[in-house]
Design a protein around this ligand. Structure first.
Ligand code: UDP
Length: 397
């Protein structure tokens, strides 16, 4: 059987949750049945990761004004005009390029911009929207509504996200399926924590509480920093780690690391809290270095990939109780939930888990077995492949 060609579209080449999830899917994809090609909006770490997997990868550079156009800030009228002005020639170029990649069985799009692009370039191919975020408001939301009839299938990374898309676009209802993300279990089970501590000159032997994630405004690093101050007042031997950087291209981002560092210094945490910046290939080592992992998003998290990564690393996780997270974590069983944005509750949870070694071991043990059962990269790939087969038609793999 000739493998059916799938074109993956991703607007960003940075490594956030959507991109890590895409890499995990492609790593586990059955290459006898499917031939993956990727087109990214710019050069970056995702491109390197895909090339390491031997995946043909093209860059269709987004014009700068389109790349900066984002949902999490007010786009000025001038920004809108320049984004619109750059759109037609880009659209013509990428459609011609997509035709040159024919025959494509499927276009699998990740991210709002890619969903729109996919609707435009799909030609005779089927189109699968992989929605990994809540639907946007404003123009982007309206454009998606208009483009929705071009999507042959929609897969959401959580029930929370699926529900929001169904509510916003009722006519997509019957086409939305849910596939929780998967994680490379052996990679996260074998992280080298001691080595990570040495390489980053972190405190050997000290109880280490860490937060791993993009330094985006809604990820709640401020909540973590304020909770760290309270924990330190009670347990002065505790140390804290913030892993990640500000990686988005859209306007409204930037300068966040400095802001957070100033905040930590202002609270007297300079000697007890360290920022590592972005961690790429040693990501599993970063989790392994922790005694306790924290997720503290202040807005509903579409899925919360860091939660399953911590579970796969065998670490107890405290996570904010909203969005996709409660689909993964059962409070007191395989993790600990706290209300989003609640500094006091987070500090108390950290203290409780630091005190109670048995509880930590119980949560981590259960988390590890749950992640094996429900969130392996292989089972995720099988689920997505079944969706491909349903959309494209043909023999189930
Ligand atoms: N991540 C990373 N290096 C860092 C910080 C974060 O590779 O320094 C990855 C992390 O391992 C996870 C992703 O970024 O896979 C974050 O995913 P999540 O779904 O939690 O949030 P998103 O960034 O998609 O909003």
């Amino acid at each position: 059987m000739t493998p059916r060609r799938i074109l993956y579209l991703n607007p960003s080449a940075h490594l956030g949750g959507a991109e890590r999830s895409l890499v995990g899917l492609l790593e586990a994809l059955d290459r006898r049945a499917f031939e993956p090609l990727a087109a990214l909006g710019h050069h970056g770490l995702l491109e390197n990761a895909l090339r390491r997997l031997g995946i043909a990868c093209e860059v269709w550079p987004w014009p700068p004004a389109l790349l900066r156009y984002g949902r999490y800030h007010a786009n000025s009228a001038a920004a809108k005009i320049s984004a619109l002005a750059q759109l037609p020639s880009y659209a013509v170029r990428v459609r011609a390029r997509a035709r040159a990649l024919a025959p494509l069985a499927l276009v699998h799009s990740n991210g709002i911009k890619s969903h729109l692009l996919g609707a435009w370039i799909k030609g005779g191919a089927k189109l699968l929207w992989h929605v990994r975020d809540f639907p946007p408001a404003g123009e982007a939301g309206r454009l998606l509504g208009a483009a929705a009839r071009r999507a042959d299938g929609v897969v959401a990374n959580s029930y929370a996200v699926a529900q929001a898309w169904k509510a916003r676009y009722p006519r997509l209802g019957g086409r939305i399926e849910v596939a929780h993300n998967g994680v490379n279990l052996p990679q996260f089970a074998h992280g080298q924590g001691e080595l990570f501590r040495q390489r980053h000159q972190l405190w050997p032997g000290a109880p280490l509480v860490g937060m791993i994630g993009v330094l985006a405004p809604w990820k709640g690093q401020e909540i973590f920093i304020q909770a760290a101050r309270r924990v330190l007042d009670v347990r002065p031997d505790t140390r804290f780690l913030i892993v990640g950087d500000d990686v988005y291209d859209t306007a409204g981002h930037g300068g966040r690391r400095q802001e957070l560092e100033r905040m930590a210094a202002g609270l007297g945490l300079s000697d007890a809290l360290r920022f590592t910046g972005f961690v790429d290939e040693e990501i599993a080592d970063a989790y392994a270095a922790l005694d306790l992992a924290v997720h503290a998003s202040t807005r509903p998290e579409p899925f919360g990939r860091v939660v399953i990564e911590a579970m796969a690393a065998g670490k107890p996780i405290i996570a904010a109780d909203d969005g996709g997270v409660p689909e993964i974590i059962r409070h007191g069983e395989n993790g600990w939930l706290t209300p989003p944005g609640d500094v006091e509750a987070l500090a108390l949870a950290i203290l409780k888990l630091l005190e109670d070694q048995d509880l930590r071991a119980k949560l981590a043990g259960r988390a590890k077995s749950d992640v094996k059962l429900n969130y392996s990269a292989e089972s995720h790939a099988l689920r997505i492949q079944a969706i491909y087969n349903k959309i494209i038609g043909g023999t189930p793999v």
